[in-house]
Design a protein around this ligand. Structure first.
Ligand code: GRF
Length: 187
């Protein structure tokens, strides 16, 4: 039984998909903790509704940085809990040495593009602005860079002439919600 921790900053639809896959028996895993850097993030509410323990990360006054001390505290507590895979799902801070060293090749992320294309923010807007004819989503290992870790799996989505950034994002998210639980199941 895989023991997961999920980190997110926003809506948590991927966390929900992972949790639903566990509930319906398609993913053999257990979510031990959902953590967020934003007290008001909907991912925390979704987790609480499902009875999953939650944690608010203390990132002090930093808007983007994930302070090393907080990463070290989290790494320590996740080890104590017995977590063996950390899944980033819309987590908007870069993870660094304190977490990476404690969980080598055990931290993964889902990104809404076919990496290495369109790393960083609003990848669906980048794809539309670039005139791309296909995009998609990528699950990859996390390293210290932004969306640079080794690719594990990808799912393609066609970009149609009538697509807007919003419609493309929605189509990508539909694929994310099946790809992420599948990949977690085989890691
Ligand atoms: C997803 O599109 C994911 O690819 C990106 O952030 C978004 C998170 O959405 N990294 P949600 O919080 O899982 O709904």
């Amino acid at each position: 039984m895989k023991k997961l921790a999920i980190l997110g900053s926003g809506s948590g639809s991927n966390m929900q998909a992972i949790s639903d896959a566990i509930d319906d028996g398609t993913l053999q895993a257990e979510i031990l903790l959902v953590a967020s850097d934003h007290a008001e993030a909907y991912i925390l509410e979704r987790a609480q509704k499902k009875g999953i323990p939650t944690r608010l990360l203390d990132c002090g006054h930093y808007k983007q940085k994930f302070p090393a001390e907080e990463q070290a505290r989290l790494a320590h507590d996740l080890k104590e809990l017995g977590v063996d895979l950390i899944c980033l799902a819309g987590f908007m801070r870069l993870v660094g040495a304190p977490l990476l060293e404690h969980f080598p090749d055990r931290i993964i992320n889902i990104h809404p593009s076919l990496l290495p294309h369109y790393p960083g923010l609003a990848a669906w807007e980048q794809a539309i602005a670039d005139g791309a004819t296909e995009s998609g989503c990528t699950v990859h290992y996390v390293d210290a860079g932004m969306d640079t870790g080794a690719i594990i799996a990808q799912r393609k989505v066609p970009v149609l002439p009538e697509d807007t950034a919003k419609s493309l994002h929605e189509k990508i998210q539909v694929e994310e919600r099946t790809l992420y639980p599948q990949v977690i199941g085989v890691l």
